[in-house]
Design a protein around this ligand. Structure first.
Ligand code: ZN
Length: 183
């Protein structure tokens, strides 16, 4: 039997789906699992409105096809995409990306809840940055290199937001999100 290869002939619906995916403007690239396997399943997030394409896509390998309860959505074929497991293609606005980061790891990690900051994202990120720095400073023996690395990138996100560029802030936050899986 010939080795398994990427399929090059797509069905009409898969071709249409791939075109829909590749023609849309990505706003975020995230890696939410530490898994080197090639994804075989595509999970589609909810649409902003009926008839609209999904807000995000997560690619998953067979072992992780049921993983990530924080990313609920419908499964579909990955025809035409070859990305590693845990890759997220995000199409949401900067504010929606920031809210997603808060919900999935930033608030659980730092205790800073955007709801108590009236959606003031520069303030949220500044507070979260202070919490992590205080935590690292409290315990001089704290040798957690992952937390140090995460704090460094969160500081960058906080400065981006303070400069008024919320979209740019989501880039280091995506790195923080990947690191947060290792804590
Ligand atoms: Zn996997």
């Amino acid at each position: 039997m010939a080795p398994r290869r990427a399929r090059i002939a797509f069905s009409d619906s898969a071709a249409k789906q791939l075109e829909q995916i590749t023609s849309r403007q990505l706003t975020g690239l995230r890696q939410v699992l530490d898994c080197p396997a090639t994804a075989t399943t595509l999970r589609q997030g909810p649409a902003a409105a009926p008839g609209e394409p999904p807000d995000w896509l997560v690619l998953l390998c067979p072992a992780h096809s049921e993983a990530l309860p924080g990313w609920p959505g419908a499964a579909a074929d990955t025809d035409g995409l070859r990305l590693s497991c845990g890759s997220v293609l995000d199409y949401r606005s900067a504010e929606q990306l920031l809210q997603s980061h808060a919900d999935l790891w930033l608030t659980p990690l730092t205790g800073v809840d955007p709801k108590t900051h009236a959606g003031d994202w520069p303030d949220v990120l500044d507070q979260a940055d202070r919490v992590l720095r205080a935590r690292l400073g409290e315990d001089a023996s704290d040798g957690d290199e992952t937390l140090h690395s995460l704090a460094m990138m969160l500081g960058m996100a906080s400065r981006n937001a303070a400069d008024g560029d919320l979209y740019q802030a989501t880039v280091p936050l995506a790195y923080c999100e990947t690191l947060a899986q290792r804590l």
